[in-house]
Design a protein around this ligand. Structure first.
Ligand SMILES: [Mg+2]
Length: 212
């Protein structure tokens, strides 16, 4: 069975602070391209996030922000300061049979750096990133259909989707994926087909143990 893994908060724990760092850079970018006051940035951003699934695609569509430049700006830092090699995850991924993809709303070049820093880049067959699904990232159904199209995976009923965000987990389930919520940061979504507290627990899901 093919696996589609979210990156941030799924393949590593958000408590390392990397997403918080990215969020600060996104707020900095917003103030560069839109005349919004610092105290209004959070609500401005929340509005775009709700309507577009991401701030940067919303800025590109509605305000003409250079999408590639924004992705580079918000992901341009040393990821090694936040994440370290994870040999347990490496071993777990290798013992899981089936093609594996990273399906992220982040930037491909950033995803590669994070996977390298975690020591798991070689475990993956490919990456679907923000540019691939522009302007409709997860949880848009379009993003899930695009991910299947890019990877030429034809039978969604055999595909597994893993994410830390409840709304993405629900969207994956609704698109026909076996949808797994990962982590303890959010309440488990009622649409989740399975839940694991940590990505290291992947092989505790019965469906993943016997599949060839
Ligand atoms: Mg995530």
């Amino acid at each position: 069975m093919p696996f589609f893994f979210d990156l941030d908060g799924t393949l590593y724990d958000n408590r390392c602070g990397m997403v918080d760092h990215i969020n600060r850079l996104i707020e900095e970018w917003i103030m560069r391209v839109v005349p919004v006051k610092k105290e209004d940035v959070a609500s401005f951003r929340h509005d775009l996030f709700t309507r577009y699934g991401g701030t940067l695609p919303g800025l590109a569509v509605e305000y003409g922000s250079d999408y590639y430049a924004s992705l580079r700006f918000c992901h341009n830092f040393r990821v090694e300061d936040f994440v370290q090699p994870d040999p347990v995850l490496h071993e777990t991924l290798l013992s899981l049979s089936g093609r594996k993809y990273v399906f992220t709303t982040g930037y491909r070049f950033y995803a590669v750096r994070v996977l390298k820093a975690l020591g798991i880049l070689e475990c993956f067959d490919g990456i679907i990133d923000a540019v691939d699904v522009f302007p409709a990232p997860k949880p848009s159904p379009k993003a899930f259909r695009r991910a299947l199209q890019i990877t030429a995976e034809e039978d969604v009923s055999r595909c597994v989707f893993l994410d830390d965000q409840p709304r993405n987990v629900a969207a994956g389930h609704n698109e026909g994926f076996f949808s797994v919520q990962v982590g303890t940061e959010y309440a488990v979504d009622p649409y989740a087909d399975a839940w694991i507290p940590c990505i290291h627990d992947l092989l505790t899901i019965p469906q993943f143990q016997t599949e060839g």
